[in-house]
Design a protein. Structure first.
Length: 305
C-alpha cells in the first residue's frame, strides 16, 4: 500500500507524519511549523532532541523565505538545487520552521530535493516539511520503500513509494554562517564541487558543528570491520571492484563509487538480516564520493568523528 503525493500533503496538513521518498534516502516528514507533529518525529525515531532537522522546500525562493542567503549560499543553491545538498543558514522566519525542529538554534538547514514525488508533495503542501532520514535513531538510513516502512512506517499516516533512492547516501550538509563555509556532513555533492563555487572550506571545526554528527550512526546490529582484505569465519564481505568477494555482496563489482553509494545502506541491511558473525567491508577509495562513503562506514564501524 502506498499513497499519492496529494494524499501525503493532506496528511501533513492534518498534523500527521508521512514517509517521503527523496533521491538521497527516505525521510519521515512533518509540517515544519507544527511543534506537535515535529515532536512525533523525534518520538518515532527515538532521536535526541538536541539534533535539529532539515526543512525541505519546493524551490530556492521558498528557502530564502526561511533562511538568510549570502552570495555564496546563493551560488551553491543555484548550482545544486534541486539535489542532494543541504544549506545551513541563519534563520529568517523562525515560525515556518519551529524551535523544536531547529533544536533551538538560530540557524536552519534547508534543502530542495530532486525526487519528482518529493517535489510533488512539497508543492501540494505549500510549506516547509522537516524530514530526517526515516530510520530509527542510530540505524542505517532506508534507501528502499520496504526498508522505510519497516523502520518507521508505524508512525506514518501516509507513505509515498518513490522506488529505490538513486543516490543512497544522505545529502551533503554545508553551513554558510558569518561569512564562513564549512562542510558539516560529506555526501554526493563532493568537497571539491563545493570548494569550486564557495572557495576554501573552513575546517577549523569551531563555531558550527552539526549536532547530529556526535552520536553513533548508521550501525547495523552485526559488528562492522572496515578496510579489510578478506572475511573471517561467519562474516559477510562487502566487496568493491572486480574479483573482491561474492559479486552478490559487492558494493560495486566494477569499482564505481556512485553505484557503491547507492548500494551501501541496502547491502548493510540485507547482510544484517542473515545474522552474520560480522560484516567486513573492502577498502573504498577516499576521493570524491568516496569521502562520504568512508564517513558512513567509519560511523557504522563505531569509529566516530
Ligand atoms: O538526504 C538527507 O539529508 C535526508 C533526506 C530525507 O532529505 N535527511 C537527513 O536528515 O539526512 P537527518 O535529520 O538524518 O540529518 C540532518 C543533519 C543532522 O546531522 C543534523 O545535525 C544537521 O543535519 N543539521 C540540521 N540542522 C542543523 C543546523 N541548524 N546546524 C547544523 N547542523 C544541522
Ligand atoms: Mg539521519
Amino acid at each position: 500500500m502506498s499513497e499519492t503525493p496529494e494524499q501525503a500533503a493532506e496528511a501533513l496538513k492534518r498534523g500527521a507524519l508521512i514517509l517521503l521518498p527523496t533521491e538521497t534516502v527516505y525521510g519521515l516528514g512533518a509540517d515544519a511549523s507544527d511543534p506537535r507533529a515535529v515532536a512525533a518525529i523525534f518520538e518515532a525515531k527515538g532521536r535526541p532532541r538536541f539534533n535539529p532537522l532539515i526543512a525541505h522546500v519546493a524551490d530556492a525562493a521558498a528557502a530564502e523565505a526561511v533562511g538568510v542567503f549570502d552570495a555564496r549560499a546563493r551560488r551553491l543553491a543555484d548550482a545544486f538545487w534541486p539535489g542532494p545538498l543541504t544549506l545551513v543558514t541563519p534563520v529568517r522566519d523562525a515560525r515556518r520552521v519551529c524551535d523544536l525542529a531547529r533544536a533551538g538554534l538560530d540557524s536552519v538547514a534547508l534543502r530542495v530535493p530532486g525526487h519528482a514525488k518529493a517535489r510533488a508533495v512539497l508543492s501540494a503542501f505549500g510549506g516547509p516539511v522537516v524530514a530526517p532520514s526515516a530510520n530509527r535513531s542510530g540505524r542505517p538510513s532506508p534507501t528502499t520503500f520496504q526498508d522505510a516502512v519497516e523502520e518507521t512506517g508505524f508512525a506514518a499516516a501516509a507513505a509515498v513509494d518513490g522506488g529505490p533512492c538513486a543516490v543512497g547516501l544522505e545529502s551533503t550538509v554545508v553551513s554558510v554562517l558569518d561569512g564562513r563555509v564549512a562542510l558539516l556532513r560529506p555526501g554526493a555533492v563532493t568537497r571539491a564541487e563545493v570548494e569550486a563555487l564557495a572557495g576554501p572550506l573552513d575546517d577549523s571545526g569551531e563555531g558550527h558543528r552539526s549536532p547530529g554528527r556526535l552520536t553513533l550512526h548508521y550501525a547495523p546490529d552485526a559488528p562492522v570491520r572496515i578496510e579489510v582484505g578478506g572475511a573471517r569465519d561467519g562474516e559477510i564481505l562487502l566487496g568493491f571492484g572486480p574479483g573482491v568477494g561474492d559479486p552478490r555482496w559487492s558494493l560495486s563489482p566494477t569499482g564505481d563509487l556512485r553505484e557503491a553509494a547507492a548500494n551501501l545502506f541496502r547491502l548493510l541491511r540485507d547482510a544484517d538480516r542473515t545474522r552474520p558473525a560480522g560484516i567486513a567491508v573492502a577498502p573504498i577509495p577516499r576521493d570524491g564520493l568516496g569521502e562520504a562513503i568512508n564517513d558512513r562506514l567509519r560511523r557504522a564501524a563505531g569509529h566516530i568523528g
